[in-house]
Design a protein around this ligand. Structure first.
Ligand SMILES: Cc1cc2nc3c(=O)[nH]c(=O)nc-3n(C[C@H](O)[C@H](O)[C@H](O)COP(=O)(O)O)c2cc1C
Length: 149
């Protein structure tokens, strides 16, 4: 069984609900999950054995939500060596924007640049297609969990 650190980026609550639901599913499967909202880089870096799961929406012109800005800023400024880390990304967005799911894509790229290894594919949830984004996350998390050894 694994420990998961869920890093949440949300302005209006949708990504927060998704993170809560995913945490419940991970716990039901016997894993341990901790929600970080807001996330602090030092706390995440201190737990290399935990799997990081980013759950974030996109705001502004393709930006990460305000509550995740300090974490992203620290990632760029401190350039931590995340070579021992594994992570996944659930991105929420609206496909009518050119910058669809850019918040999740930014985190994905930055974590990889710091050496972390992504497990599976990034999930991109178009909230105009899913009245309940948790449904898309639930369908994705089951095989994603199963792929973790
Ligand atoms: C002001 C505003 C700007 C947005 N900008 C983007 C964007 O650039 N790209 C995108 O994919 N979605 C964008 N969205 C859609 C949000 O990411 C989407 O509504 C999401 O579900 C919000 O999640 P949250 O409630 O967790 O913040 C924007 C929404 C708002 C209200």
């Amino acid at each position: 069984m694994a420990k998961f650190n869920l890093i949440v980026g949300s302005m209006l609550g949708a990504a927060e609900y998704v993170a809560d639901h995913v945490a419940d599913l991970l716990n039901q499967a016997g894993h341990q999950s901790e929600i970080h909202n807001p996330a602090r880089l030092a706390k995440i870096v201190a737990e290399p054995d935990a799997i990081v799961l980013v759950v974030t929406s996109t705001h502004g012109a393709g930006e990460v939500p305000d509550n995740l800005q300090p974490f992203v800023k620290d990632l760029y400024e401190q350039k931590p060596d995340l070579g021992a880390f594994r992570y996944g990304v659930i991105a929420l967005g609206d496909r009518s924007y050119d910058t669809f799911c850019a918040g999740g894509k930014t985190l994905d790229q930055r974590l990889a640049e710091c050496g972390a290894s992504r497990i599976g594919e990034r999930l991109e949830i178009d909230v105009t297609q899913y009245e309940i984004p948790e449904d898309a996350a639930e369908a994705w998390i089951q095989p994603w969990m199963a792929s973790i050894s």
